[in-house]
Design a protein around this ligand. Structure first.
Ligand code: M6R
Length: 606
């Protein structure tokens, strides 16, 4: 993971580097550091923990230098402390790195034999010494090309040199990197978000490329060191949405924003006049698609699972889903008439990107469902379906999940209709129902005090379970992921019908169990499973939808009723109380809700 920034300017850069690092903290927050160049010296400052620590520990306002690099770390090699924090420097070179150098042990041995002394436990430090070693015999550009060839693994790099007071080298293999253009200064950053407050003119490096960034010039080179010309993109900027507003946490804001997320998604994809779904420029004939594979990680994988249930319910397409880190290393049977759908909020998740890359290399049909439309996954897919939910800053995915399942549901309806598997009247009815969703979500969001009160029980327990069947099963998995991610409480998502095959042994007096049992086709079966856990002492929180029929069961601890809608759309509503449950549990524990321990928003290492 990790975030990197570099600025070459005609004025001091430390304040802007700090600002950008704060934005990049969603990529890692184990440590932070800066190196600037002034008077022929490398000035390096680093601290364990957040960027705030770095600011508190050093007088950064007086950190001189019109050129500098900065880093926020998500530790891979070496514990999170100030020694392992980036930048890493030798007497003449300083480096920030995002990625993993897989042959660092071999390179380290070679460098130690050549007299290099290592200070940290990181893989990154080998890059510093390798460049220093190569500079003994080669000019700068040749030394860089040579170094990059010696490195195995993935990286985005920012490099400054003590005796080159005007340039930063950037290099990309696997991990994303962008260049930004400003007045009398130019930038290097992990993504456009880091650069947005300074510029909206961006160029993305392609894999294998490196660049030379000076305050008045940027040059790009391919792997062979040959100069290449690159396009400058103008991004729309919307700084306001990066603000917490009156909310305590981004997560709280993002949960409350969900009616708008869905409204925007509907506006983008639904043609009200013709009661039609606007998925235009679809690059394949519908007959060319016989099956679908959906791939993602974490919450995005849960979206894929949700889509599988809808696809199987509403179409006859064969559907597979896969966790990207598994897909990329399996012996896949690639099929020409299969559509591969990659689901990702950030569009930069390393495993999902690698799975996409594998499909592209096998000339497969690829489609991205992403939030960040400038991301690597969006750029390298044949076709993109944006989520349109605006920036999601909280590490725990909330509005992006609803955004993803909305777009996937819309895709399912469109495919079913085009394949004549959903009749026109049914299709238009489902579109009409979809339009009611923002209001239903708004109403469901009103469950607040009740969830706050319930949340303590989950914190006090040694574990909890989330059960669902059918359409509710992916939501049970998502609810459990949210709770463990935010409140560090063990939570297990399970298909309700599977409990008796093992996990029922975990049920004991007082264990909290969330049962998702809306009045759909699975309702009666799920209620039976609920009774089985109640009989063994579980404290059941039942989440169902409003109905005139009473739930026929005794000893339910608490019940939350979401609004009523058609079965397809109930998963959207069931998600809301689970997000709030995780939020309030973490809030009561006083944990860092937007930046849970050990995690990062954009997982750019495998
Ligand atoms: O950016 P992506 O959607 O590809 O990220 C995938 C996962 O890392 C992400 O959904 C993760 O599971 C969330 N932190 C869960 O809340």
């Amino acid at each position: 993971m990790c975030g990197i920034i570099g600025i070459s300017s005609n004025k001091p850069v430390s304040a802007n580097i700090i600002n950008s690092l704060k934005k990049l903290e969603y990529r890692g927050y184990d440590s932070a550091g800066i190196a600037t160049l002034s008077n022929g010296e490398i000035n390096e400052v680093k601290s364990e923990g957040r960027v705030d620590n770095l600011e508190n520990n050093f007088d950064l306002k007086n950190l001189k230098g019109n050129i500098g690099i900065g880093h926020v770390r998500w530790a891979t090699h070496g514990i999170p402390n100030s020694v392992n924090a980036h930048p890493h420097s030798s007497h003449n070179v300083s480096v920030v790195h995002n990625g993993i150098i897989e042959n660092s042990t071999i390179l380290k041995k070679y460098l130690i034999n050549n007299g290099h002394i290592f200070k940290s436990q990181t893989d990154t430090e080998v890059i510093v010494h390798l460049i220093t070693e190569n500079l003994k015999t080669s000019e700068l550009e040749e030394a860089i090309t040579k170094t990059l060839k010696q490195l195995h693994g993935s990286f985005a790099l920012g490099i400054v040199f003590k005796d080159k007071p005007d340039l930063i080298i950037g290099a990309r293999r696997g991990s994303p990197l962008a260049v930004g253009y400003g007045p009398n200064e130019n930038y290097l950053g992990s993504d456009s978000y880091a650069l947005k407050s300074m510029t909206n003119k961006i160029t993305y490096l392609d894999d294998g490329e490196f660049c030379v960034v000076k305050k008045d010039q940027v040059l790009f080179f391919n792997e062979q060191g040959i100069k290449v010309n690159k396009k400058i993109l103008e991004l729309s900027s919307n700084e306001a949405s990066y603000d917490k507003g009156d909310y305590k946490h981004f997560m709280a804001k993002e949960i409350e924003e969900q009616p708008t997320t869905i409204k925007t998604g509907i506006k983008e994809y639904i043609d009200n006049f013709n009661k039609e779904i606007n998925i235009i420029n679809f690059p394949w004939e519908i007959e060319e698609i016989k099956s679908i594979t959906l791939i993602g990680c974490g919450t995005a994988y849960h979206s894929c699972l949700m889509a599988k249930y809808w696809l199987e319910e509403l179409t006859t397409l064969d559907v597979n889903i896969d966790i990207a880190s598994e897909f990329r290393y399996r012996k896949n049977r690639f099929k020409k008439d299969n559509l591969y759908v990659f689901v990702s909020q950030s569009g930069e998740t390393a495993d999902t990107y690698a799975a996409l890359d594998l499909c592209n290399k096998n000339s497969m049909k690829t489609c991205a469902v992403v939030n960040v439309i400038e991301s690597s996954i969006a750029r390298d897919s044949n076709f993109v379906l944006p989520i349109h939910c605006g920036p999601e800053i909280g590490v725990a995915s909330t509005k992006a999940f609803l955004g993803q399942i909305l777009v996937l549901y819309i895709l399912v309806l469109k495919l079913g209709f085009l394949r004549n598997e959903i009749s026109k009247s049914k299709y238009q009815k489902k579109i009409e129902d979809l339009k009611t969703l923002p209001v239903l979500i708004e109403k469901t969001l009103q469950h607040d005090n009740d969830i706050q009160a319930i949340s303590s029980t989950f914190n006090d327990a040694k574990g909890s379970m989330f059960l669902g069947r059918g359409f509710s099963y992916p939501i049970a998995l998502e609810g459990a992921l949210k709770l463990k991610e935010l409140s560090y409480v063990h939570a297990e998502g399970y298909p309700a019908g599977e409990m008796k095959h093992g996990p029922l042994a975990l049920i004991e007096e007082g264990i909290p169990v969330v049962v998702l049992a809306p009045r759909d086709n699975y309702y009666k079966k799920t209620i039976s499973n609920m009774q089985e856990v109640i009989a063994r002492g579980a404290k059941v929180l039942l989440i169902t939808n409003k109905s005139t029929d009473e739930v026929v069961s005794e000893n339910i601890w608490e019940t939350i009723e979401v609004e009523n809608t058609n079965d397809d759309l109930l998963p959207f509503l069931l998600t809301i109380p689970l997000q709030k449950l995780a939020y309030y549990s973490a809030l009561k524990k006083g944990y860092d809700i937007d930046k849970p321990r050990n995690l990062a928003k954009s997982v750019t290492v495998e």
